[in-house]
Design a binder for this molecule. Structure first.
Ligand SMILES: [Zn+2]
Length: 303
């Protein structure tokens, strides 16, 4: 492996190595130990320190230590109290080490860097996040965890615990590989911040454009407050016309204190054939999603 391999390729390689180590507690991945052990074994400029420190405005950092011997340190913000957040930040910084340390001597990563995926304006950050995601949550294992079970926030919460990551990170990972039509929608103060669809949802036209737009949360939804202020983790069946014009949705919502926002998992029925509904190539749909020139998608295109 060299530095040119993608973050995802690095993570898959390390996953293969970890899978072969006998007698270790496989999950959650002990990133702190892995970063130091692996870099010591493989590189002349290893990571020799991982610790929490006061880091105003940043979640984590990776920097070359001053001194005669080439060494690196990873620091995470010591105000992070949730282990899942720390683990993801450590993995993100380890990703910078493996991939980018020949480009820069220091990396300071903000909350946006480590939480917003698919950043087009920051290829290094999204690469480090891909690495963290694949290292902490190998898809094969994740599939096994959810196989044959009904998806809800408790099951995804179990996965988040298993992998030592946040519920958001676990849900985004699930959306990457699930065959189900589903979306995760983040909202704050009544407006949608972002909405991530599964591939099937995207291809079938069930997605929400929000980038650069002001898109209110539907008033009849759980996240929109139609069922009171409290969080409703349990599935709520909503009729067509609430989230999408032509189809009902099952919504499960939690309030995330971490970012002062609501997170809604939307599950859609799998009754439509993808090919019939939309012949537009996926690339075009993705372009449209990211262009953000128009408002919320208004449901099914006629086949
Ligand atoms: Zn970063």
């Amino acid at each position: 492996m060299n530095q040119l391999a993608s973050g995802k390729a690095w993570a898959i390689r390390l996953t293969q190595i970890l899978n072969k180590v006998p007698g270790i507690e496989r999950f959650p991945v002990d990133v702190r130990a892995l970063a130091q052990d692996y870099s010591r074994q493989c590189f002349p400029d290893p990571i020799t320190m991982v610790k929490g420190e006061k880091l105003d405005g940043f979640e984590g950092a990776l920097f070359r230590s001053k001194g005669a011997k080439p060494m690196w340190s990873i620091v995470y913000n010591d105000s992070l109290s949730v282990p899942g957040r720390i683990n993801f930040v450590l993995a993100h910084e380890f990703g910078h080490y493996l991939r980018h340390r020949q480009e820069l001597d220091e990396f300071f990563c903000s909350q946006r860097d480590v939480t917003q995926w698919d950043r087009e304006d920051a290829a290094r950050e999204s690469d480090a996040n891909q690495f963290a995601s694949y290292l902490l949550m190998p898809i094969d294992d994740f599939r096994t965890q959810v196989s044959g079970q009904k998806i809800d926030l408790d099951l995804l919460g179990h996965c988040a615990d298993r992998y030592g990551v946040s519920l958001t990170a676990a849900t985004l990972k699930w959306l990457e590989f699930t065959e189900q039509r589903a979306l995760l929608v983040a909202a704050r103060e009544g407006y949608i911040l972002w909405a991530k669809p599964s591939e099937r949802a995207l291809k079938s036209g069930a997605y929400i454009r929000s980038k650069g737009l002001v898109v209110p949360v539907p008033s009849g939804s759980v996240a929109g407050g139609a069922f009171g202020d409290s969080e409703l983790r349990a599935p709520v069946a909503l009729p067509a016309g609430v989230w999408f014009p032509n189809e009902p949705v099952t919504e499960m919502t939690i309030v995330s204190d971490r970012f002062d926002m609501t997170l809604s998992l939307l599950l859609l029925q799998d009754q439509h054939s993808v090919a019939q509904l939309d012949e537009e190539p996926e690339e075009d749909l993705l372009d449209k999603m990211t262009e953000g020139h128009s408002s919320r998608h208004t449901g099914w295109r006629a086949s």
